[in-house]
Design a protein around this ligand. Structure first.
Ligand SMILES: *Cc1c(COP(=O)(O)O)cnc(C)c1O
Length: 370
């Protein structure tokens, strides 16, 4: 039955197949399929302009730029981060032999609480790795003040913050570097892909070496680099998707408007409003279920929706700090992270993408209102 059609939490933004074919033909003619080719260079240029950032380096996914940024800045010891994110954030520290130190989140935003960062700093702390969760900008000014006071680097996991601006300026220029993910599930995708945003040409050069084994020339290897170069096919795909991403974000915004209108008076259901001065990308639409007031727990609602073919996602549950690799850390306790625990227990991200129909949105809303 049509009404039982599954509504997925996301749907990939795909370029026009004929247009993509034309670019593929061009790549076949050029016979240059990876290693800083024509489309790789074109996409870097186009992204700098679109995102309003000075320098960018493309990667094969959104995890390797995190790992590489830590390498480039020679981060060691302990890094302060948030447990309320996708596991890749903390994994990037682990892959560098760095001890993650979890700090609780601000319930008003879901982002790391700047007021709690200083208490977590020790003599081994070298950096802060915050996340702009759901694309909501962190308090970058406060975080930078703390970083400057203690001589710490700041690397933002900006995987959710593609195109997000505060007062007309890109959020991606905050801190020392910011990383992006272009995974299929994100607002802007290159199938798999990612990028690192930096402030100066010298850093870009170093990052470009690091993503190509450390090669700085035909015979010179300057660092123990990794291989994370984006190929020509995905760069070309990315150029085409960049042309339609604004339209996709506008479609998402309209879904968010409908959700907010319909859910604002449902007892026990809350959500974030847009922030003043912020250009949002509507990458996710998390709602929070207060079981007592709603009359049903988050999980009860989640599974009821699932039964009816409405697939939300419990992002970010469970917290990173509860996974076996990390739960032994002193900072991983519930007492240290009460807000993160609560949010992880209450959240459901509703389906949110450019291709949701009015009927889909209606069905999703009715699941929650019922
Ligand atoms: C998606 C995501 C990543 C990882 O990106 P991949 O492209 O899947 O490697 C990292 N951090 C956050 C917060 C993410 O959501």
């Amino acid at each position: 039955m049509e009404s039982n059609k599954q509504i997925t939490v996301t749907s990939p933004l795909l370029p026009d197949l004929d247009e993509f074919n034309e670019l593929l033909k061009d790549i076949w003619n050029r016979k240059w399929i990876t290693n800083n080719g024509h489309y790789h260079q074109e996409l870097e240029k186009a992204l700098c302009e679109y995102l309003k950032v000075p320098y960018i380096s493309l990667f094969t996914n959104g995890t390797l730029p995190l790992i590489t940024a830590l390498q480039a800045l020679r981060i060691t010891g302990e890094v302060i981060t948030t447990p309320y994110s996708f596991v890749a954030t903390t994994h990037s520290l682990w892959w560098n032999g760095i001890k993650p130190v979890f700090v609780d989140i601000d319930p008003a935003t879901g982002n790391i609480d700047p007021d709690k960062i200083e208490a977590a700093i020790t003599s081994k702390t070298t950096a802060i790795m915050p996340v702009h969760v759901y694309g909501k900008p962190c308090d970058v000014k406060r975080i930078q003040e703390i970083a400057d006071k203690y001589g710490l680097k700041v690397i933002y996991d900006a995987a959710h913050a593609f195109g997000v601006e505060v007062n007309g300026e890109s959020i991606l220029t905050a801190g020392d570097m910011s990383t992006l993910s272009f995974h299929a599930t994100k607002v802007y995708n290159t199938i798999e892909g990612g990028a690192l945003v930096m402030h100066d040409e010298q850093t870009k050069k170093r990052i470009d070496y690091l993503k190509n084994f450390g090669f700085a020339g035909e015979t010179e290897v300057v660092a123990p680099g990794i291989n994370s170069k984006m190929d020509e096919m995905r760069s070309a795909y990315g150029l085409l998707n960049l042309r339609q991403v604004d339209k996709a974000i506008e479609a998402r915004r309209q879904v968010a408007v409908k959700y907010r209108e319909a859910l604002c008076d449902v007892p026990g259901i809350s959500f974030f409003d847009d922030m003043p001065g912020v250009k949002h990308n509507y990458s996710y639409f998390p709602v929070f279920v207060d079981a007592e007031k709603y009359g049903m727990t988050r999980d009860e609602l989640y599974f009821k929706m699932k039964e009816h073919g409405v697939l939300g996602r419990r992002y970010f549950y469970p917290l990173i700090s509860t996974f076996s690799t990390y739960r032994g850390l002193e900072s991983a306790t519930q007492e240290n992270l009460p807000n993160a625990y609560r949010m992880a227990d209450e959240v459901i991200c509703l389906p949110m993408h450019h291709a949701l129909s009015g009927e889909d949105v209606e069905r999703i809303i009715n699941e929650i209102k019922r």
